[in-house]
Ligand binder design. Sequence first.
Ligand SMILES: Nc1ncnc2c1ncn2[C@@H]1O[C@H](COP(=O)(O)OP(=O)(O)OP(=O)(O)O)[C@@H](O)[C@H]1O
Length: 434
Amino acid sequence: MFRVPFFACRRGRSTFIDCGLAPELCTRLIDKLGISTPTVVQSKSLRAVLEGRHVVVNAETGSGKTLCYLLPSIQALLRISGRQSSPHSLVLVPTPDLAVQVGEVFLSVAGPEVHCSVVYGSSRLSLLPHTHLVVATPTSLMNYDLQRLLRGVQLMALDEADALLTGGQKTATSQLLKMFRNLTGRGELARQVIVAAATLPGGGPQTAGSLLARWLPRDTVYVTTSLTHHTVSSSHHTFTYITETTPTSRDWPAELKLSQLKRDLEDLHGNQSRILVFVNTQSTAELVYQHLIEMGGVTTPPWWVGQVRQLHGGMSVEERGEVVRGVREGEVRVLVATDLVSRGIDLPDITAVVQFDFPENSAHYLHRAGRTARAGKEGQVLSYMEEKDRDLGQEIRRVLDDRSLSFQEIFSRNKMLRRKIKARKSRQSNTLQH
Ligand SMILES: Nc1ncnc2c1ncn2[C@@H]1O[C@H](COP(=O)(O)OP(=O)(O)OP(=O)(O)O)[C@@H](O)[C@H]1O
């Protein structure tokens, strides 16, 4: 039997030239990133973006959504001769770490002669005459003269749009979208919005999907793939119940999970192994990290000692950037991290994700799991579940076991989810009784 390699399946059939990309940019892509063929989602969306349409790209993690908005921005840059008076593109992202990453990908293709301003926290936006792209967390722009910033912006991208349209960034994102929309149609500039998201809950009026549908015009192009709101099929998922019938101390779940983690790290060891361990809080990150490094004292230290690091909100963006660089360069082989790296962060060689703490909701599960098995590679996802995680865990397993179901139906927050589960169970028992 002949099996088509997974990545070949996930590649689009068209070429970048078919999608409307300039030959010069295609050459740069090969030279700078070694990329020659578009992925499925790039094939499906690039032409519409290059034609100036508003586009929503809702596709699985690691499918190449970043280039769906960066390539059209760079293509515009190639056409603009001389210096501009204001930026051409604005990319909004929910975290500083993702802002830094997007800026790096842009510069790696566009070249160092172009200026890209990355803004987050209280850092100041500096607009040099040749600033082509601004990448920012929305709240960090709020003290800036937005009219001046948006004046020349033709392409506004919202990456991880669902995170931008809920929580702490929601007000600032809405304000920027509103101002941008008011500018659209005025003057000679054609302005467009590109949205990228792996998870885009719809349904309720305040969900990101519904909010976007209200913001964007009717002729917006929606691009999805057969894997939208699914985990990629090259990732393999296992669940471990952490239970103790006679707990000996108050910290028993952590103690049992640490023993399980050690066993799993031994099992996952191989020449190429790079493991990302997710925890829910900074204090757990510190605890797990300390535990793993303290094992260096024994006669034969385990393989990870010397190659393990932690990453959490108690560290500066620069310190976190150093750690991420270490993972990319292969010096760090076990990273204990909070959800700061669960969305959008591209660590191409992660071979396994361990969820030491179970995620709070199913969208977090999809994003965390999506840090492995990226761009067609294989990966493992190991999740530790305590009693409190059982309901959510069962729902996630149900969706993973039956590919005809999608995560979309269990995106709601836990309270809602519990209600749904209760309703479904009572429907099931009614059916059995009849
Ligand atoms: N056409 C391509 N061919 C090969 N690799 C590609 C292609 N496009 C992007 N990639 C690589 O695939 C990886 C994932 O891309 P990217 O980070 O854009 O994914 P994503 O869809 O934004 O994922 P997430 O939802 O997790 O943010 C990156 O390492 C990127 O360089």
